[in-house]
Structures are given as C-alpha cells and as structure tokens.
Design a protein around this ligand. Structure first.
Ligand SMILES: C[S@@+](CC[C@H](N)C(=O)[O-])C[C@H]1O[C@@H](n2cnc3c(N)ncnc32)[C@H](O)[C@@H]1O
Length: 321
C-alpha cells in the first residue's frame, strides 16, 4: 500500500485570514490583505504572511517601518554589516516571499544570491511575487528530502563544478527560517534539512557552516518543544538581544522588547556545533527527534536550553565570534 503524504498546507480544519501589519507597505500589493486572501485560497497556509516574519523583518530589515530604529542588536543583523564576501542565503519555507523580497533590498545583485525555497507546489506563488527581484532565485526544497538537498547542492555548484547556474561554487552563508516550527509531523524533516544544509558539501572549504536565523512564535509548547530539544543537540543557538539607545536608554534584553515581557516570539541565531560533524545523523525521524546520534551515542537525549530559557528567563550562552 502506498502512503499518500498529507498536504500540510491544507489541514482539514484550515480557517485562516490574511495578517496585517504596518510592516507590509500599502503600496506593495504583493503581500497585502487582498493578495494574501487570494494566495490562501490557492496555497493554504503558505499563502499567509505569518506573524514571526514581521518580527524577523524588524531585526533584518532596517528599512522596515515597524523597525524600532533606536534599537541596537546583538548580534547585529547581517543585512546591516558591510560584508566583503559574497552572501549566499537560503530561505526555507518562504511562503509568500515577503522576507526574501525585503532581504533582497540589502543585497548586491552582481555578487549575492538569495534562494527562496518551499514545497514544489508553492514555488508558483514565490515565482509570481519575486519575479522583480534580480538577486533571488526560487528553488523547490521539501524538508527531509535527501534528493532535494542533492538538487540544491547541484544548483549551487557544490557537487559538479561548472554545471550550475551560478557558475562557481556557492557555499551558503545564511539560512533563514520564519515561522516554520509548528506541525509535529514537520519537526524532524525541518531539522533534517537544517542538518543537510550545514553538512558537506554545503560547508565552506574552511569547514564553516552557514549561520541560521530563525524567527519563532510559540503556538503550542507541548507540540513544538521536541524540535528545540533536538535542535539544541546539533546547533548552538541564542536569542537575539536588543538595547534601546537614545533618551530612554536601557539594558540589553531579549528581542522583541515588550513592556510586559510576555511576548511569545523569538529570533534565534544558531550555528552547527563543531563537535557534531563526526556524529551519525539517524535516518529515522523518530530517532532524530529523540536525540539518537547526537553527542556520538545511540541513546536518546534532549537539550534543555530552550526550556531553561523559558523557565528562568536565561539566555543560552553562545559566543558568536
Ligand atoms: C507557517 S508558513 C510560514 C511562511 C513564511 N515563512 C512566513 O513566515 O510567513 C510555513 C511554510 O513552510 C512551508 N512548508 C511546509 N511543509 C514543508 C515541507 N515539508 N517542505 C518545505 N516547506 C514546507 C509551507 O509551504 C509554508 O510556506
């Protein structure tokens, strides 16, 4: 009997409406309420702009009208750093492409590349919304799929030099994930793809893997915590911190800054643990989420830095340098 995969963009109880935020520019009709309503009817969950993407734009896009320009960030967003080397950015689960379109405004078309990726049947939405962005390419990338990771490596010229569209090997420098931690069935495939794109041949010749920037909004902790428990075994990560500067200067605190400290959104910056290069990634999704293979052993295990952070308002310690 063949198993037909569920279409996670059209769950049976789907009842969603377009999101609104002052971060969506009214003159940009690609991501407004009307465009989202039409996209939701065709692409389901992928057609909506999800809340964590507005938080991510407040961090990455200093031209964002919502961006509190009196904030300093630790670490500073890569979009604000003068970078001498080419940027190769892969966005996973791009959906409407809003984030990709805004990051692209910070890129040098002659040097940088942003790959906006999603399920194959969502790529039409991305193609339509991003056709005016010369630094962006759209590429199907189904999480968990080894074949999709191989296709991505070929596209980036990492396996067959000279045969790729970009003409020279491009090792990813940044991976962007906005609002991708939600359905339990997607947690292991997402983690597996993050492991794929931070393993050879995606690592640079110097052995460096891409920096991952993740925005996350808590919806159901019991369903989502298993992702962080397994993710933290393979990746070092920490929340972005912000400092209010100017007249009302304050102390460094977790971004986004809220008056009551109750906001349940996070922006994390992560990097693959160097020790994990020699660990065997289990083929079975259940084992992967259970921590099998991490720290080089076949026992199940969890990383509790996410729960510790929630319980004690502590930040996982991570040296960005
Ligand atoms: C909640 S939406 C977030 C969209 C967008 N990043 C945002 O923040 O607005 C989740 C996205 O992940 C994509 N997605 C879901 N399952 C996927 C899979 N197995 N492989 C690749 N992408 C997937 C969906 O198509 C959708 O675009």
């Amino acid at each position: 009997m063949s198993v037909i995969p569920l279409n996670h963009n059209f769950p049976f109880d789907l009842n969603i409406r377009p999101s609104t935020s002052s971060a969506t520019r009214s003159e940009d009709t690609r991501f407004g309420e009307i465009a989202q309503a039409s996209a939701i009817s065709k692409f389901g969950i992928a057609g909506r702009v999800w809340e964590a993407s507005y938080i991510l734009l407040s961090y990455l896009d200093c031209s964002n009208r919502d961006a509190p320009d009196q904030l300093e960030f630790d670490p500073p967003p890569f979009t604000r750093m003068a970078c001498a080397d080419p940027l190769t950015i892969i966005e996973l689960g791009s959906g409407t492409g809003l984030i990709a379109s805004r990051i692209a405004e910070h890129l040098r078309v002659d040097r940088d590349l942003l790959l906006a990726t999603d399920l194959p049947d969502v790529c039409g939405l991305l193609e339509g919304n991003l056709q005016a962005c010369p630094a962006i390419r759209v590429q199907p990338l189904t999480w968990g799929s080894t074949e999709a990771a191989v296709a991505l490596a070929i596209f980036l010229g990492l396996t067959t030099p000279g045969a790729n569209e970009a003409h020279s090997p491009r090792h990813p420098t940044h991976i962007i994930c906005s609002d991708l931690v939600y359905f339990p069935a997607l947690l292991a495939p997402l983690l597996r793809t993050l492991l794929h794109v931070t393993s050879p041949p995606f690592r640079s010749p110097a052995g460096e893997s891409a920096v991952i920037v993740i925005s996350y909004k808590i919806r159901s902790l019991p369903k989502e915590t298993p992702f962080w428990s397994a993710f933290g075994l393979w990746f070092e990560y920490a929340p972005v911190l912000a400092l209010r500067v100017g007249l009302e200067a304050g102390a460094w605190c977790r971004f986004p800054i809220t008056l009551d400290g109750e906001d349940e959104s996070y922006v994390f910056v992560a990097r693959r643990r160097s020790e994990s290069r020699t660990w065997t990634i289990p083929e079975n999704d259940r084992d992967l989420l259970a921590g099998v293979g991490a720290w080089g052993t076949s026992e199940g295990k969890v990383d509790d830095s996410f729960e510790t952070m929630l319980l004690m308002s502590l930040n996982p310690v991570y040296d960005y340098n």
